[in-house]
Design a protein around this ligand. Structure first.
Ligand code: FE2
Ligand code: FE2
Length: 386
């Protein structure tokens, strides 16, 4: 009797992190063979997928140097019933063997959305993994709810996601540290992740995949307003659109997660910041875009960081994102039409108007105000006196 692993993901693209996981789990659980199968669909996930043929080829090239890790070709790769169907197919081929289904954390957390998911547990052990205590906790909770044959393994690896690799390619960066050399050559020769609007598309999907439709609609509106303002003030409209679509990317994550990200990257929150959780999504959001999504542009990162508090010495680009968030088409607050006119006339005047309103409101509520907000306000007032 052998132990056969089936590793499923979209593998868009397959990378060193996947291979590390495959190798590690193979050793740890004594698997005799791991079959790698790219999927064409993941529930509730928006992703532009190159053809299955292309992704299989990247997997094949990557697996060439590994013993007993190989691509498994199946016809069942595109529907939500596919995991169940692939396992049925394997059960016939490996009728005397134990099957281990290996799935990535995201896929495990949405496991109950797969067709006949409960029956999957009857056919195979489900094996998943986490790289952070935070994910591990979430996955353990989910596993307990399933009450089935599930193993969650905590692994240590500087894992970056396929999404982050695609975003790096879309920015014209190389990813030789994260991919098999032959797979990278194949990607570059075939221009797989490098086209003019790839970066915005990736960021659009990244935001869509993490937000409710209402919040995502807001981000789309902010992206639109940011683009219009960037054109008006001669700033980079593509970057403005990207910052707009990403600015609230972690807004719906729970507070514990935001604290976890900030702690992981050594942010020391001041006493005021500790007591103003409503601004955490901007600090954590900037880190998330930089570290997890691989956005390298400092203008984009800083504009996300300051989109709630504002800051001293804000650049034109940062002011644009701050104001786009206030005047986007979905905003209906009092004075929004005055702000929409002001923002077209003079960005600083619009910003001062907005800060004045914000400070007054927070004072009325007797809640904390971030010093950066005052710094920005004072700086703009001083400019008026000159
Ligand atoms: Fe926000
Ligand atoms: Fe926002």
């Amino acid at each position: 009797m052998s132990k056969i692993g089936l590793f499923l993901s979209t593998f868009n693209p397959i990378h060193n992190g996947h291979m590390f996981v495959a190798n590690k789990l193979k050793k740890e659980y004594g698997l005799d063979k791991i079959l790698i199968t790219p999927l064409n669909a993941i529930p509730n996930k928006f992703e532009e997928l190159p053809s299955i043929k292309i992704r299989r080829e990247m997997c094949r090239l990557t697996c060439e140097d590994y013993d007993n890790i190989m691509v498994y070709n199946t016809q069942h790769d595109s529907r939500l019933s596919c995991i169940f169907d692939i396992l049925q197919e394997l059960k016939i081929e490996f009728c005397n063997d134990d099957l281990y289904l290996i799935v990535e954390p995201d896929l495990f957390l949405s496991f109950d959305l797969w067709h006949k998911y409960e029956e999957i547990f009857d056919v195979a052990f489900v094996l998943s993994f986490a790289f952070s205590e935070y994910d591990y906790g979430l996955m353990k909770n989910k596993a307990e709810k399933f009450e089935k044959r599930v193993i969650i393994k905590m692994l240590e690896h500087n894992y970056i996601s396929s999404e982050c690799i695609r975003i790096k390619y879309a920015q014209g960066l190389k990813c030789s540290d994260y991919l098999d050399i032959k797979a990278e050559k194949y990607i570059l020769n075939n221009n797989i992740y490098v086209s003019k609007d790839c970066l915005f598309k990736e960021c659009f999907n990244a935001s869509k995949n993490r937000l409710s439709s209402k919040r995502f609609n807001h981000c789309q509106m902010v992206a639109k307003a940011a683009k219009e303002l960037a054109i008006l003030y001669n700033e980079d409209e593509q970057k403005a659109e990207i910052a707009g679509i990403l600015h609230d990317i972690v807004k719906e994550k729970d507070k514990k997660y935001l604290l976890y990200i900030m702690e992981e990257y050594g942010v020391n929150l001041s006493e005021i910041e500790k007591n103003t959780p409503q601004i955490w999504h901007s600090i954590a959001g900037a880190l998330y875009c930089e570290k997890y999504l691989g956005i390298e542009d400092k203008h984009i990162i800083n504009s996300i960081k300051y989109h709630t508090t504002a800051s001293q010495d804000m650049t034109m680009f940062e002011k644009i994102i701050y104001m786009a968030d206030c005047v986007s088409d979905d905003r209906k607050h009092e004075d929004v039409n005055i702000e929409r006119e002001l923002v077209k006339e003079d960005l600083d005047k619009a910003l001062l108007f907005q800060l004045k309103k914000c400070i007054t409101l927070l004072c009325d509520r007797e809640v904390l105000i971030h010093p950066k907000t005052f710094e920005c306000y004072n700086q703009l007032c001083q400019k008026n006196f000159r």
